[in-house]
Design a binder for this molecule. Sequence first.
Ligand SMILES: Cc1ncc(COP(=O)(O)O)c(C=O)c1O
Length: 391
Amino acid sequence: MASQRLSPNKLVSAISLSATLALDARAKALAASGADVVNMSVGEPDCDAPAAVQAAACAAVRGGRVRYTPAAGRVELRAAIASHVSRTRGIEVTSEEVTVCHSGKHALSGTLLTLIEPGDEVLLLLPAWISYVEQVTYAGGTPISVAPRRDCGPDFEAIAAAIGPRTRGIMLNSPSNPSGYVWSAAEIGELAELARERDLWLLSDEIYSRLVYEGEPSPSPASISDDARGRTIIVDGASKSYAMTGYRIGFVVAPEPIAAGVARLHSHLTGSPNAVSQDAYLAVLENEPPEVAEMVAEFAARRTLLIDGLRELGLEVPMPRGAFYAFPRMDAHLDERGSVGLCEDLLEEQRLATVPGAVFGLDQHIRLSYALARPAIEEALARLGTFLGAR
Ligand SMILES: Cc1ncc(COP(=O)(O)O)c(C=O)c1O
C-alpha cells in the first residue's frame, strides 16, 4: 500500500525524462568528473543571447517590471508577436490570436491540452521531436507515427493512409529536429490540401524557422491559403532564434477561441509567463539584433564542415537545410541494441555524446548537433572516424 501511495499516477509513471535532456546531463556529468567529452547531444545555440536581450532583462529587474502579467502575456508583447508573425509569414495576425507562453514546449502542451478530446489521434511525421509523443499522450490523445521518405521528407501516401476517423490533426516541424529537413512550399501545399479534405488541424512547430541556410525560407502552412490559415496553429519562441533557451519564452498563434483557451488553462497551471523574459523578448522582435545573422552564418559554416566530414567517413546523410542537427544513417554500424547501444558505445569509448535516432522514431540514425565550435566538430569527426574504423 505504502509503495502504491508513493507512485506517481499512471500517466506520469509512463513518462520518461526527455532523453535528450538526460543524455546532455550525463555528458555534462562526465565532463565535470574530468572526462574530455565532446557533447553533440545539445539542442541549444552555444552563444549568449544578444546584447539587447540582456539589457532588457536587466532593465526589467531593476525597473521593477517583475510582477504577474496577464495570463496571455503583456499587451505590448502580444502586439509585437502579432506584427512579427504577420511580417515573417506574410499573413495578418491579431493580438487576440497570440498567447504568450513559458516556452515553445509550454505553448505546444497548452495547445494540445486545449484541443484534444480523449482518443483523438494526432499524426507525428517521423523522425519526430521527442516530446510530441508524451505531450499528445498526456493530453489524452493517441500519437500515430508516420514513416518518412528515405531523405526524411514527407511520404504523402503514408500520411494519407494514416488518417482515420479519429484523426484530429497533424504535427509538422519544419525545419525539423532531428533531420534538419525543410519542407518546400509545394509539400506544405499538398499537406494543407489533405488537411482541408479531411478537416484536420495543422499543428506547425516553427521553433527553428529563423535557422534556414539555403534556398527558400521554411513556409508556414498559415501562409499557403485562407483555408490553411484557419486550420493552422503556429508554435514558436525565442529559444533557438535568439539563443534564449534559459529565458523560457514562446508563443502560440491560433484562432481566437483556441488562443484564449490556452490562456485560460495557463492562468490556472502556470499563472503568467515570466515577466523578465517577456521584456527581453520584446527587445528583439521588432528589429532583429545583428548577433542573430552572425549566429546563423556561423551555423551554416559548421553545417558544411560536419556534413562534409560525415560523408568522408562514408555515412549517408542528407544536407540539412535548417535547424542545427545532422541525422546520418548508421545501419551498417548497428548491433542488436540499435542506435541506443551505438550512442552508449560512442560515449564510453570515444567520449562523444550523440542522440540515438530511436528516440525520434527512426532507429537507423543518430543525431549530432553542430551548435558547438568548429574545433569541437573537427574533434568529433576524428573520434567518430576512430570509432567506426574499429568496428
Ligand atoms: C522541435 C522542437 N520544438 C519545440 C522545442 C521547444 O523549445 P523551447 O521549449 O525551448 O521553446 C524544441 C526544443 O528543443 C524543439 O527542438
